[in-house]
Design a protein around this ligand. Sequence first.
Ligand SMILES: C[S@@+](CC[C@H](N)C(=O)[O-])C[C@H]1O[C@@H](n2cnc3c(N)ncnc32)[C@H](O)[C@@H]1O
Length: 248
Amino acid sequence: MSGAQLYDTIGAAYTVTRRTEPRIAAQIWAALGDARTVLNVGAGTGSYEPSDRHVLAVEPSALMRSQRPPDAAPCLVGSAEHLPFDDQTFDAAMAVSSVHHWRDPIAGLREMRRVARRVVVFTHDTTATGWLHRFWLTRDHLPEVAGLLAGRPSVTELAGAIGARMEPVPVPWDCADGFFEAHWRRPEAYLEENVRRGVSVWARVGPDAERRAVHSLRDDLASGRWAERNRDLVDLDAAELGLRLLIA
Ligand SMILES: C[S@@+](CC[C@H](N)C(=O)[O-])C[C@H]1O[C@@H](n2cnc3c(N)ncnc32)[C@H](O)[C@@H]1O
């Protein structure tokens, strides 16, 4: 299933839990520098679009486009791999939480590079030594996530394709955007159906793995095992979980 088809299937509840996290937005907008014209690729419902610049959005899923607020930037139907613009049309192109859904991420990044003078991408380092082992949810309850990563380019390969530098993005403990890692210090949130429905990982691992992971987490919370295993997290205000800005 393509990333667009996936979001046409699971995207209906997106805005219930997914919204702009101001601290991450500030980091993305700083990386856009003095860009006045910005293309937002895989724009979804419009999170992270800066209101003080001219933004044009591209989004392949009709269900996601239908949830854009009336005052959001204009949005075209399209995919990262084939951007319908001339070379260097925009000062900057941004993509937030989208690259891991693209059929061909390297081709999409090269397209962004082609149509814009600056490229800013929010994604995560999914290498085994990074994210899988740093994040307790994948490490202890949902190892199936490793299977989703097979054959996908690493963050280093993504950065290399467009000559990008990488900047770590700490995840605040009270992160307002309910992406997969957002509730790292609020583990009970993952027991809530609507929190899981806003994150594609749960749909992609399938209902059996989801059910097992939720039971396993519920047991660990009740027995005190979660608190014991993760006692180093509870005093942190932000966590380094492998989230990255690629800036080229
Ligand atoms: C997790 S959502 C992120 C949406 C938005 N950028 C945000 O931060 O809330 C991922 C988005 O990528 C879009 N997408 C999937 N495949 C794509 C592709 N090949 N090119 C561009 N966008 C794609 C999906 O339709 C979905 O709207």
